[in-house]
Design a binder for this molecule. Structure first.
Ligand code: SF4
Length: 282
């Protein structure tokens, strides 16, 4: 199987009508100019200079806010810029990230027309109380409906979940992982909640109404979550948020950040397994 090479294009979502408790997109968008089709071409050309598209599966990835919630003219202009490379055989796929409540038959038809191959959706929790407490603006039923539609069209599907959100517990995290695994995505990403400055979560952290998980607690919660995905055969492509050095200094205020978070969880999983094996003979 060919190795993946991803050309990441960060599309800050200026027009996002939401303000999820943990999200600092509004702050980020204040600092970055909008992305244009010219920017897409420049980035793809730059990456293609060093990627052998014969040997690799090359995909353009629109990351950032909620791609399908962006104004239609702007999003189709970006997609058209990427599609030209796909039509020319220089890239093999286009992926993007979005929210469950901005998926519809019309939107999926549009994405199909523009050559999109994979959709990654921010789910964060499958518990409505947790979704509401974090001001997500959608429900678990919206997630299930969106997954059904995405699969009906035949797109690849990735789902993201978080642990340590406002109102989250070990039980709600385990329930979320079980419900996500039952939806049979192609892959998942799992993020412990971090507190970034200039977010509603930061205000709650400052006034003492939100206490972030420690690294230790986040690891302990992620162990059963990882087991659920492992046992269901769902690939976890990322565990823990990547935070750049500048961003960490500038905006990360608190939370269970560790540069090798996944290794901590996997180490704990292997210890638990050897404890179980050890106990089995007693
Ligand atoms: S997480 Fe997504 S939907 Fe929520 S505020 Fe940020 S960009 Fe908007």
């Amino acid at each position: 199987m060919k190795k993946y090479k991803i050309i990441p294009i960060f599309v800050p979502h200026k027009g996002c009508p939401h303000q999820c408790a943990f999200c600092n997109q509004h702050r980020i968008t204040g600092q970055l100019a909008g992305v244009t089709p010219g920017d897409v071409r420049q980035k793809v050309d730059q990456y293609l200079q060093t990627i052998d598209s014969e040997k690799h599966r090359v995909e353009v990835a629109f990351y950032g806010g909620s791609f399908t919630a962006i104004d239609k003219a702007a999003r189709t202009a970006l997609l058209a810029a990427a599609k030209a490379y796909k039509d020319g055989g220089k890239i093999h796929g286009i992926r993007l990230s979005t929210r469950p409540d901005y998926i519809s038959g019309d939107i999926l038809r549009e994405l199909e027309d523009y050559g999109v191959t994979e959709i990654e959706m921010g789910v964060q929790s499958m518990c409505d109380e947790v979704l509401a407490a974090n001001n997500r603006g959608h429900t678990a039923a919206d997630v299930k409906a969106a997954v059904r539609e995405i699969r009906r069209f035949g797109f690849g599907l990735g789902l993201q979940m978080m642990v340590g959100l406002i109102g989250d517990t070990v039980e709600t995290s385990v329930r979320t992982a079980k419900e996500i695994a039952a939806l049979k995505p192609d892959f998942v990403r799992v993020y412990p909640t971090l507190v970034f400055k200039n977010t509603p979560l930061y205000d709650r952290y400052l006034n003492g109404t939100y206490i972030p998980l420690s690294v230790e607690d986040a690891v302990a919660i992620c162990v059963p979550v990882m087991r659920i995905f492992e046992e269901s055969g769902v690939k976890v492509v990322r565990l823990g948020l990547l935070v750049g050095a500048d961003e960490a200094q500038d905006s990360l205020a608190a939370g269970p950040y560790h540069p090798h978070f996944r290794e901590l969880v996997e180490k704990r999983m292997s210890i638990n397994v050897s404890e179980t094996v050890g106990n089995a003979g007693v």
